[in-house]
Design a protein. Structure first.
Length: 202
C-alpha cells in the first residue's frame, strides 16, 4: 500500500497564515514572543470573547500595537467592561488599537464548528446526537465536512475513534483548499480531541 501523505503539511502555505506580524531586534524578540503568547491566551479565554472569537492577529509597528479580532457574530463590546490592563507591564506600547470585524460566513469556519462541538461534548452531549448533526447541516456553503473525534467518547471505558462526514473531501489533490482546526474538549473521563476539515469553494 502507498504511504499516506499528510495533507495539512502539504497545504501549509495556503491554509496557515501568520498570527503575529512585527519586526524587532534580537534583544527584543523573546520579549515580544512571550507577550504574544500571553495576549492570545488571555483573549481566547476571556469572558467576552470565549464563545465568539474565531481568529486573532497582532501587528506591531513604530511603538504601536494593533489587535485584530475576527468574531463569529455581532457583539456589542464596550472597552470599559473588558477590564484590560492596557497600561500595565504586558503592553509596553503607548498606543493600542482594537479592531473588530465579523466573518460573514462564520458558520463554515472549521474553528467555529470545532468549538461548538467541543462545548456540546463537554456538556455530556452524545457525539452522534441530532444536535451535532444539525450543527453540521447549518453550514450551508461548506458542502464538504469531516469531523473526527478521538478519546473516551460518550464516557466509555476504552478510547475510540468516531467520525462524521458530509460530502467528500479530496485529500490527495493539492489544489483543493481546506480549512483545518483542532480542539481539545475536557470531559470527566479525560480529554477528547475534535478535528474538523472543511472544503472551501471559491
Amino acid at each position: 500500500m502507498a504511504k499516506r501523505s499528510n495533507s495539512n503539511n502539504l497545504r501549509l502555505i495556503l491554509n496557515k497564515d501568520w498570527l503575529s506580524n512585527w519586526f524587532s531586534e534580537q534583544s527584543q524578540y523573546s520579549t515580544f514572543l512571550q507577550n504574544d503568547f500571553i495576549i492570545y491566551k488571555y483573549f481566547f479565554w476571556h469572558l467576552y470573547f470565549k464563545d465568539s472569537l474565531l481568529k486573532m492577529r497582532i501587528i506591531r509597528f513604530s511603538k504601536k500595537i494593533i489587535l485584530f479580532f475576527l468574531m463569529s457574530y455581532d457583539q456589542n463590546i464596550v472597552s470599559k467592561n473588558l477590564n484590560l490592563n492596557i497600561n500595565g507591564s504586558l503592553f509596553k506600547a503607548k498606543n493600542i488599537f482594537l479592531v473588530f470585524y465579523k466573518d460573514k460566513f462564520y458558520r463554515n469556519n472549521s474553528f467555529y464548528i470545532a468549538k461548538k462541538i467541543g462545548a456540546l461534548i463537554e456538556n455530556k452531549v452524545s457525539f452522534r446526537s441530532t444536535i451535532i448533526k444539525k450543527l453540521l447541516n447549518d453550514a450551508n456553503l461548506a458542502k464538504s465536512l469531516l469531523v473526527v473525534c478521538k478519546g473516551r467518547i460518550n464516557g466509555v471505558e476504552m478510547a475510540k475513534k468516531d467520525f462524521l462526514v458530509r460530502g467528500s473531501i479530496p485529500f490527495q489533490k493539492l489544489s483543493t483548499k481546506l480549512n483545518f482546526s483542532l480542539i481539545v474538549a475536557n470531559t470527566l473521563k479525560g480529554c477528547v480531541t475534535i478535528r474538523v476539515w472543511s472544503r472551501i469553494f471559491i
